[in-house]
Ligand binder design. Structure first.
Ligand code: NI
Length: 270
């Protein structure tokens, strides 16, 4: 069985190749002498066989990850879980799926058509997680139609399987553990942040503050030609310790709702 660290390396290499700007932010931090700790990685999928959330999560639970929390991202019609790593130094994993039954018949039909193209057994290969689209490319018109209803659906259709984001653990940074100072540093270096709901999602009282870059547009081969569309984003998370000294382990649904919009360039950038 492919070990978890090899999988995480492959996922990072794939993500860094697809999103040069995220890689550049990572390199900007490491050039300052930081050892960047990854708080969590996230995946998106549809709630359809054989690609539904449990099939994605199974790669991690098979490697010692345990269930950490359940989330309803109601406004985005998404269900999510987070998985806790088996040992220190490994990231948490956040997997969400679109509840296609809550979407229009047209959207659900497209999603069913995509899921139906995934070969039996393909999802069981860990490399599936960084394999891109396991279906024939959709047309740009289909992408736009999906996007008009659900930006999430259009992202999954266009990109399929990659880490949707990696996340810098601000609480493990040396140069600042202040999310606003980190945001100012990133903006001073020319990186646009997701301003939806404010640049900082969450509060110290909620024990989790998050921000993110806006996803950069990258060329995607649609059925009818190549177009630039937003790919992945880079997230920043500061976890606060509770009375027992343990860092808050979970996620905040209202913050996740706004962070999802980091792949939606029609949203305000900060
Ligand atoms: Ni996240």
């Amino acid at each position: 069985m492919t070990d978890i660290r090899t999988m995480l390396d492959r996922l990072w290499d794939d993500y860094a190749r697809l999103n040069p700007r995220a890689k550049a932010v990572h390199d900007l931090l490491t050039a300052r002498g930081e050892r960047v700790v990854n708080d969590h990685i996230a995946f998106r999928t549809f709630d359809l066989s054989p690609i539904a959330l449990p099939a994605i999560a199974a790669h991690f639970t098979a490697r010692g990850y345990t269930h950490g929390g359940d989330y309803d991202i109601a406004e985005k019609h998404a269900t999510a879980v987070h998985l806790e790593p088996p040992e220190e130094g490994l990231p948490k994993v956040f997997v969400s799926e679109l509840r296609t039954g809550e979407c229009s018949p047209a959207l659900r039909a497209v999603a069913l058509g995509l899921a139906g193209q995934v070969p039996d057994g393909a999802v069981a290969d860990p490399a599936f997680l960084w394999s891109g689209v396991p279906w024939a490319p959709v047309s740009h018109a289909t992408y736009e139609a999906l996007k008009a209803e659900s930006e999430y659906a259009s992202w999954v259709a266009a990109f399929g399987y990659h880490a949707n984001h990696f996340t810098v653990a601000i609480h493990a940074l040396a140069f600042t553990q202040d999310i606003r100072a980190l945001n100012a540093f990133l903006k001073a270096h020319g990186y646009a942040l997701n301003g939806s709901g404010g640049e900082v999602k969450g509060t110290p009282a909620q024990m989790l503050e998050q921000s993110s870059t806006m996803a950069e547009e990258v060329p995607v081969a649609f059925a009818d030609g190549v177009r630039n569309v937003p790919a992945c984003y880079y997230e920043f998370a500061k976890r606060y310790p509770g009375p027992d000294g343990r860092l808050f382990p979970g996620f905040i649904e209202t913050s996740a709702t706004r962070l999802f919009e980091s792949t939606d360039v029609t949203r305000p950038a900060g």
